[in-house]
Design a protein around this ligand. Structure first.
Ligand code: PEP
Ligand code: MN
Length: 362
């Protein structure tokens, strides 16, 4: 597959050099007055106006969007303010209507990216157009689905592409509405290096008080832009009230954000970072060395268990190991989440190796 037909250059039209591209507007278009009021109050850094016209609701009974009539309101916004307009599309019919109303940016929502049939239908309908299309990550943390969605558009010849990291669903309650998985986005960028990447801190946090914090994290990781839900009266919004900010709050957030340089070519920076990276590289080699030795000992335990016909997984032992490592690790300044994830991986690898040994020797 041609991986490099897409470019970042479409963004140059919208943003000042080195600045993130800001997309803002309400979760849902509600009335013609609401969209126009918001659009006119948006800070000048915003170049694209977003509004949901068709709303995918998790459960029936919620506000499902105003439908195609809202596209006319967006056209009015574009005419009066000069902002580009963006909507979510989920079916070929949505694409059809968006094209007919000269929508500039189409985005595929998280609930649609999970469905290859739906994405293919959208890609087929977009073939031959030169629309800008942004693909939100799927609801579940599956890199393949996200990549697959983008690839279907690339295969349809769409070159003005981007992805949006909007966080991932979890069953457990967390401090996020949708947990950011920064590493998945990094893995996606490794496969598609020039792909512009946006962050949607509104759907990640679900909380207007944390938009700044997550937006800054995204810029620290060199994201190309942000999509931030903005409403003239957030508490009365017909959808996603808790996470929307007013245009004025958006202005404050944007002025507080620090844009990082891609890199710094000064001698001073390069020499300092190289020394630190060398130290990291050496430590990483040692970590692998120790892990290799640890697995060899796990193998010996596997052989012992085989001889005595003892089960591979020992619940009590695992609980003790984890407790011990949590208390030692926290004292060394590591987070509980990290220690738990790390030891779960180490333990799983040991178990798999022992299982192989037991079954092979049999
Ligand atoms: C939205 O942008 O309003 C939306 C529905 O987002 P997501 O697809 O990320 O849930
Ligand atoms: Mn929303």
């Amino acid at each position: 597959m041609e991986r490099e037909i897409y470019t970042k250059t479409w963004m140059d039209e919208f943003r000042e050099q080195g600045q993130p591209l800001i997309i803002a507007g309400p979760c849902s278009a509600e009335t013609p007055e609401q969209v126009m009021t918001i659009a006119k109050q948006l800070p000048k850094q915003v170049k694209v106006f977003r509004a949901g016209i068709w709303k995918p609701r998790t459960r029936p009974g919620g506000f499902e969007g105003v439908g195609a009539i809202g596209l006319k309101w967006l056209q009015d916004v574009k005419r009066e303010t000069g902002l580009k307009i963006a909507v979510e599309i989920a079916t070929a019919q949505h694409v059809e209507l968006a094209l007919a109303h000269d929508v500039d940016v189409l985005w595929i929502g998280a609930r649609t990216t999970v469905n290859p049939f739906a994405v293919q239908e959208i890609a087929d309908r977009l073939e031959g157009t030169d629309k800008i299309v942004l693909v939100k990550n799927p609801v579940n943390p599956d890199l393949g689905l996200w990549l697959g969605g983008v690839e279907r558009l690339i295969n349809a010849g769409i070159s003005k592409l981007g992805v949006i990291h909007r966080g991932f669903s979890t069953y457990e309650k967390t401090k996020y509405r949708n947990v950011p998985e920064w590493q998945i986005a990094i893995d996606l960028k490794t496969q598609l290096p020039n792909m512009p990447i946006f962050c949607d801190p509104s759907h990640i946090t679900g909380d207007r008080n944390r938009i700044l914090e997550v937006s800054q994290q995204a810029l620290d990781m060199n994201y190309d832009g942000l999509m931030i839900e903005t409403h003239n009266d957030p508490d009365k919004a017909w959808s996603d009230a808790a996470q929307q900010v007013t245009p004025m709050q958006l202005g404050e957030i944007l002025s507080e954000l620090k844009v990082r340089n891609q890199t710094d070519e000064t001698e001073e920076f390069l020499s300092q970072i190289n020394i630190l990276r060398l130290q990291l590289d050496e430590m990483d080699t040692k970590i692998l060395d120790i892990l290799g030795k640890r697995m060899q000992i796990a193998d010996q335990i596997g052989a012992l268990k085989k001889v005595k016909n003892v089960a591979v997984f020992q619940q009590q032992r695992w609980i003790l190991v984890l407790e011990k490592m949590l208390s030692e690790g926290v004292q060394k300044g590591l987070t509980k989440d990290f220690i738990t994830a790390f030891y779960a991986a180490v333990h799983q690898e040991s178990i798999q190796r022992q299982d192989k040994i037991i079954n092979k020797i049999k």
